[in-house]
Design a protein around this ligand. Sequence first.
Ligand code: ADP
Length: 396
Amino acid sequence: MPTPILVLNCGSSSVKYQMIDIDSEEVLASGMVEKIGLALGNIAHSSGGEKHTIEEPIPDHTAALGLVTRAFNTWGPTLEDVVAVGHRAVHGGERFRQTTLITDDVIEGLTDLSGLAPLHNPPGIAGITAAQKILPDVPHVAIFDTAFFSTLPPEAYTYAIDREVAEKYHIRKYGFHGTSHSYVSKKAAEFLGKDLSSINQIICHMGNGASISAVKGGVAVDTSMGLTPLAGLVMGTRSGDIDPGIFSYLQREAGMDSQTVDNLLNKSSGMAGMADGASDFRDLRAKIAEGDEHAKLALDVYTHRLTSYIGSYMAILGSVDTIVFTAGVGENDNRTRADIIARLEGFGIRLDPDRNTPCNREPTIISGDDSAVTVLVVPTNEELAMARETYQVISQ
Ligand code: ADP
């Protein structure tokens, strides 16, 4: 008899879900609702080795969760056995430092934090409320993207701005993708047969969104994302670090209002901004093969930024045992991994080209035996991490 946990990740126009049996850690069903709020939305639901789809208008998150329920009722497995629901909550602010059982008070707290994460927290709250109506008798749990980084020391999380303004508006580095960084750092230690508390790691989460963290003995000591997920590495459509002066310069010189600049930096910058709309690394590689100079420069900028963060975290950690690549780009793009590590050769860090294969579905060592640091690819699994966290909270 399985012990199914439902995990939900509600974005502004999508809901991703998985039902995971926590005993065997097997995925019993998975799916995704897309295009919520558009004229025509869709759901793709996989269970029992089959994939099913429905297309229809999905006006809001309540309708989306209604459709998820319909998919489970039609194609299984039954939702009746679900023991708990884990919800991805992007911003926990200063209050939520760990995975938390959702009460009315927690929902109020999340609502208060919406100013810090206007794109992420409102859809998350809408998803929680809709799911609570569908599964009212089981515990619902919030897993925060920021929680893993609540251990950052003040010197890492404090911005050098007016202290009173920072305090009044809760301006500090929070960090995101924490569930992935935490899962991957644990998995890397386990794979290497090392005690997590005895190793220093640099984790590179390179998906469409990208972030990097310095993890000392299992504890996060620095990360690249900040008050918002806009900071740090170059991403698919986000700029990552820029001179903050650019914001007011564009307002003044280009007559852009703050929303326009915000959209520019979040939605049409990063790889897409530099490479004429291409944000997917497969498209970027294809463009480079055709001699596209913009795509080439975009990749060079990406590699340069990532390498400079690795260097910075090597300095912060003092010594490094592992550099770990994960998420879509990190797991699949062996050339980007090779470009980054080639820039670190002066530190004695070397890849083994035969081990650095394109696609790694299992943890793999890709460094040479003579490398000063062990370089790994460790596939992330945020859904499994969320299911584990959820089960831990309800088992307490
Ligand atoms: P997110 O969860 O942030 O949406 P993912 O971790 O799924 O992102 O990563 C998606 C990105 O991974 C894609 O935009 C693409 O750039 C990259 N990617 C996926 N598969 C490949 C591949 N085979 N080769 C190169 N890059 C890939």
